[in-house]
Design a protein around this ligand. Structure first.
Ligand SMILES: CC(=O)[C@@H](O)[C@H](O)COP(=O)(O)O
Ligand SMILES: NCC(=O)COP(=O)(O)O
Length: 240
């Protein structure tokens, strides 16, 4: 029997709304608490180098106030590794960042920088942190990710979400390869009620991290409802 797929709720864009006026409302930590109370299996928060949304204090409060796994997304920089080593979240997910990007574009180029990445993976693991690498569903990147010692890959579903042809099949092949190398397989980026189903049917996937759509839809339906609805879509698809 396949284990239930865990839903990680990314709360970055609660912080986007909060920062729009420079105040304290809406509080991302309150949103995370409500998400967990509503059934989220974990909380994901991306501490970007430019702090455009999640801030260091948000992460510190999430670490102490949320009774659920915290997945800290971060660039693979010395600054972020030091923050993660001090914070010791349940997990870190290393993602690429470009200051001028609107959102994460491609996956992390692990193959092109494995010498620089591997010591960072080991440094995080040495602090009891589960390390995930956010990569495109590319066989070279998956092999490189396994070689770093990371326990998890999170497959970038952005191209799939944009409707690019053949992307679901790429994700299926990537998940099979990753699992065969002993990696735990997660996925995320751009997932919605409409497109999550086919991804959830991929048997190796253990966790989906979803944020922008959920927070946006919560404006209309409320966070508890959108989390329950998303989980229903995921579990219905995963049964097939
Ligand atoms: C890695 C990824 O796809 C997201 O988790 C990331 O957080 C996107 O960045 P923004 O949340 O800043 O759009
Ligand atoms: N790693 C993906 C994530 O955390 C959320 O991505 P999105 O749903 O905000 O696109």
């Amino acid at each position: 029997m396949r284990p239930a797929i865990r839903l990680g709720v990314n709360i970055d864009h609660v912080a986007t709304v909060r920062n729009a006026r420079g105040g304290q409302h809406p509080d991302p930590v309150a949103a995370a608490l409500l998400a967990v109370q509503s059934g989220a299996d974990g909380i994901t928060a991306h501490l970007r180098e430019d702090r455009r949304h999640i801030r260091d204090t948000d992460l510190e409060r999430l670490r102490t106030e949320i009774d659920a796994p915290l997945n800290m997304e971060m660039a693979a920089t010395d600054e972020m590794v030091a923050i993660a080593q001090a914070l010791r979240p349940h997990a870190c997910c290393l993602v690429p960042e470009r200051r001028e990007e609107l959102t994460t574009e491609g996956g992390l180029d692990v193959a092109g920088q494995s010498d620089a990445l591997t010591p960072k993976v080991h440094a995080l693991k040495a602090n009891g942190i589960r390390v995930s690498l956010f990569i495109d569903p590319d066989p070279t990147q998956i092999a490189a990710a396994a070689a770093t010692g990371a326990q998890v890959v999170e497959l970038h579903t952005g191209a799939y979400a944009q409707g690019r042809a053949g992307e679901l099949e790429r994700l299926q092949r990537a998940a099979t390869q990753a699992a065969s190398l002993g990696l735990e397989v997660h996925a995320g980026h751009g997932l919605t009620y409409e497109n999550v189903g086919p991804v959830a049917t991929i048997p190796q996937i253990r966790e989906l991290n979803i944020g922008h759509f959920l927070i946006g839809q919560a404006i209309f339906d409320g966070l508890p409802t959108v989390i329950a609805t998303m989980q229903a879509h995921i579990s219905k698809a995963a049964e097939h």
